[in-house]
Design a protein around this ligand. Sequence first.
Ligand code: BGC
Length: 712
Amino acid sequence: MSHVRHILIFSILLASPAAAQNLDSLLARMTLEEKLGQLNLLSAGGRASPEQMQLVRAGRLGGLFNVIGAENTNPRQRIAVTESRLKIPLLFGLDVIHGYRTIFPIPLGEASSFDPDAAEATARAAGQEAAAFGINWTYAPMVDIARDPRWGRIAEGSGEDPYLGSLLAAARVRGFQQNIFATVKHFAGYGAAEAGREYNETEISERTMREIYLPPFKAAVDAGVASLMSAFNDISGVPASGNAWLTDTVLRREWGFTGFVVSDWTSVAELINHGVAGSQAEAGRRALTAGVDMDMQSGIYADSLAALVRSNQIPLAVVDSAVMRILRAKQRLGLFRDPYRARTAPPTTELRTLARRVAGESIVLLKNERSLLPLPKSGPVAVIGPLADNKEEPLGPWHTQGRGDDVVTVLQGIKSKVPSGTQVLYAQGSGIEDTATAGFAAAVAAARQAKVAILVLGERGDMSGEAASRSSLGLPGVQERLLEAVAGTGTPVVLVLMNGRPLILEWASDHVPAIVETWFLGVEAGNATADVLFGDVNPSGRLPITFPRVLGQVPLYYNHRNTGRPPDVNNKFSSKYIDVPVTPRYPFGFGLSYTTYAYSNLKLSAARARASDSITATVTVANTGNREGTEVVQLYVRDEVASVSRPVRELKAFRRVALRPGESRTVELRIAVRDLWFYGLDMKPVVEPGTFRVYVGANSAEGLEATFECIP
Ligand code: BGC
């Protein structure tokens, strides 16, 4: 396992007395200004380049980000390692979120694959491609658990589940760190922004923080992640970028993290707006002493902290520890030996093949009445909608160096899929957001001439991502009216969605026979979509996030607690709404296939188990249809009686299982009983004796059941 080898090499480096000695003597030679300089991180766009070069020369900068291309990073590095007094190399950071130039599916889309190996592969490839352009550090993966689809950054993470989120976090860290350093962000609780409003405050109990929001960070730390980014939000009044409990108590003392913490963009200065610091210097002192080692973009550490250190208001030891963490990271990355890190990008064909495969795995089939899909490759087919032939939007948010020119649109993908004689009609129909309906007539006319109408609808790529909260979750603009108009022709409609969050799809779910969720799939969007529409790829994606029926249900997530009055249609005085069911439109883990699967014969390896034991669930899964397919077999657990009310279900294992038509397989899923921990009344992790119910099935709302007893 290459990642294990990498971590080993890194630890040997860290442990080497010679290397440690080196850094100690380097630190001893540094002036206070040079030390604070190492903690200073600026965006290339932020200050004029000559001024930044001067900062590098003076040893007043530890890293730069948003410098694109080795032709731009190398000259800066050259100044650092040849012209600065101590010749300390720079870090070069960039948000390589889902690809550098070759854009892969957005992380939420890729999470739908339930395939950590795929996530590791795209992160590795993206890291290698970025490294070829001078980047040695990325601000990814974003591992914030999110339960509110109004929040635009939901697109950047892995959805609502801490178990899936943890596996993907670790996989992406391993993938990136084959070539560049990773940063897990945003530490912590950012995804709990109240009302889904970007940068908003959060109210998170310590238990929920530890059980829901922190596990993906812990998994990333265990996978050897180099750095964490502190979040913008406060947690019940204590901002994450000045929160000693998070960055010192939990991260360093409990988890033993030895890497470094970088702030988010000006989040140190923003401590003033939060109202926990009265001046820049006070904000800097608060963040640094809480454990935020590097100041992104505020310039406060470099510009305002020297006097506080000289007057002992900040212990020099705090500065020294932070500096050592940065120096050790640079050493671990090999920058002292090899500051320019010349790398070659993977061949484009290899990148695109990977992009197409993972994009195919990320597609979720939400509805397929009377097996409308897959479509025959004969036409005529109408391809309609503002996203049908759009080259920019499939890149999604945060597409760094991605270019629209590289994107295969859905229309192009369909055209190259069907035989050349097949008639493919195209009409844009409407814009994404504008209200003009003039294009409806042409769309309706195209649909009338076709055997099937494929409508490609959804959001603009930048309607999710940072600073992109929405207060309504329907299809933007007049797209739903376009859908209704085309459906009104009577031509069967396939709705292909592109979006960065769960949408409200009530009308479509009730009236449109086939719905395909494609998220933003990146450069191979059109080919991967056509692969699924025409049956060359059988969809195997599963929702990593709940799709509500109406916005009023939000936040709605599968791993909620039970309440004293669980929802009961026959009981008015139970926990529900009077105007809408409590259930989601599409539950977590849900996704259809062109074949069908049947589950039977669930057995557990033991009826009783100790906390130190493992339990293996075996289940027979059969492909009962006539196509080859991959089922995602999911195992959920419920702790029936505990000292603290536990979620009705928690995902604890899953497995992608490929099955030929008619094939049936015995699938094993193993869980370590100690992984069923929660935070008890005394706020310590505990596995309590008692009954655990195990569900194995196709999604979070169904499954066979069995129980076992945990014994002391
Ligand atoms: C975002 C981070 C990002 C940083 C640097 C901030 O606005 O919140 O996720 O890494 O900018 O681009």
